[in-house]
Design a protein around this ligand. Sequence first.
Ligand SMILES: Nc1nc2c(ncn2[C@@H]2O[C@H](COP(=O)(O)OP(=O)(O)OP(=O)(O)O)[C@@H](O)[C@H]2O)c(=O)[nH]1
Ligand SMILES: [Mg+2]
Length: 452
Amino acid sequence: METIAAIATPPGQGAVALLRVSGEGALEVASRVFRPRKAPGAPGVSFDASELRPRMQTFGAIVDDGSVVDEVLLTVFRAPASFTGEDVIEIGCHGGSLVTRRILELLLRSGAVAAGPGEFSRRAYLNGKLDLTQAEAIMDLIGAQSDLAMKAAARQLAGRLGERIRELHSQLLDLLAHLEAYIDFPEDDISPDTGDVMLGRMQGATDELNRLLATALQGRVLRVGARTVLSGAPNVGKSSLLNRLLGFERAIVSPVPGTTRDTLEETVMVRGWPLRLVDTAGLREGADALEQEGIERARRQLEQADLVLGVFDGTLPAPEGALLEEARMVRVLNKADLPEHPSWSKVPAVRISCVSGQGMEDLEAAIEARLRGGLGLADAENDVAINARHQDCLRRSLGFLEAAAKGLKEGLPPEFVAEELRAALDSSGEVVGKSNTEDLLGRIFSSFCIGK
Ligand SMILES: Nc1nc2c(ncn2[C@@H]2O[C@H](COP(=O)(O)OP(=O)(O)OP(=O)(O)O)[C@@H](O)[C@H]2O)c(=O)[nH]1
Ligand SMILES: [Mg+2]
């Protein structure tokens, strides 16, 4: 493996910046470019970075052909006790974009090659320092936009999801080992008793897969926000509500019904939950072609919604269908600053006014309650929240496991059941990277930034 180097901090100016070098040649590179302040003799005298105490910072200078580029702190990590598991050096320099670039150029002239996106994490994974879920958690942690997302990423980084996958894996392996015994001694049929015990265990694994899969929605909501669609008739105040929740006049509001045509998306935080808020065209019959297209888009958004804010005008008679209950809907009665039409008197709804701001706290509480309860995000502190890739692996695993159980029930040969089980094992193993392919690794790590 080549020795790689990269700037680990974001581009731009800052007080300090960090460069990283990892690989067998890291210490040699450091010896070429760094001179400690207290080096015996004058600058230019040879220096051996491998004599430095690991994980201690040494003050000195980066020197290019005898001239000082910057004063820096050098830290040496010796394999395997480093992030990547290889020899690593870190250079803390001043945070100018030109300074950092000069030092990187010097590192590249001194035996290192430029790291690709995510290459440090990839090496950490390949050297067994992290499993794939932990590598992904680093990305999640860096990208986290809310407290809840950050906590979930931290738990995944701590290895909680990996642990559960490995427990599941070992259950499946036990089952497989059992089956292999029958395959090796074909004169023994699987007795009904043993079959039942095995089915019970398969059910246990199936339950755990379903429990993990049930956290996918929470994972998506924490990573990209709950898709929350503002829906209702024209002129009820959907765009006004979007603006209220955002805190600024993002969408055009007007007394003319049919103002909003195209859908409009913005992210807001409601009590720590990220919402991907979508304003839509008011739904009505007999609209012109342009508005009709907007209404079509609104309908498509509704289909994909995690949460619907069904907005009504409280000053008008309650329309038909206003009483329909839907698990993902919060019913919002707007214009509470004006007298309410008597037809609403018995209708439970969150009453708000986008003009006066009354009821907004109630609305936030109702949204949070829906996210926690109705959507099954029962516990935001749930110990895992899987991502789309995990969901894909686990779904496939579940499919194979169900086929295995069916085969066992129907008395199919143990070879068949074993094959399905092995496929279930492989698919669930992909979550942590047990049966990784180059293809999979490339897909995951290419979304990382350089220096990570
Ligand atoms: N009195 C009162 N008027 C409101 C309230 N909210 C909105 N309005 C008014 O209702 C009208 C329609 O508001 P919009 O936010 O444009 O309604 P919309 O649902 O987005 O309408 P379309 O885009 O046409 O579907 C505007 O004149 C708003 O000023 C409210 O709480 N109280
Ligand atoms: Mg509108």
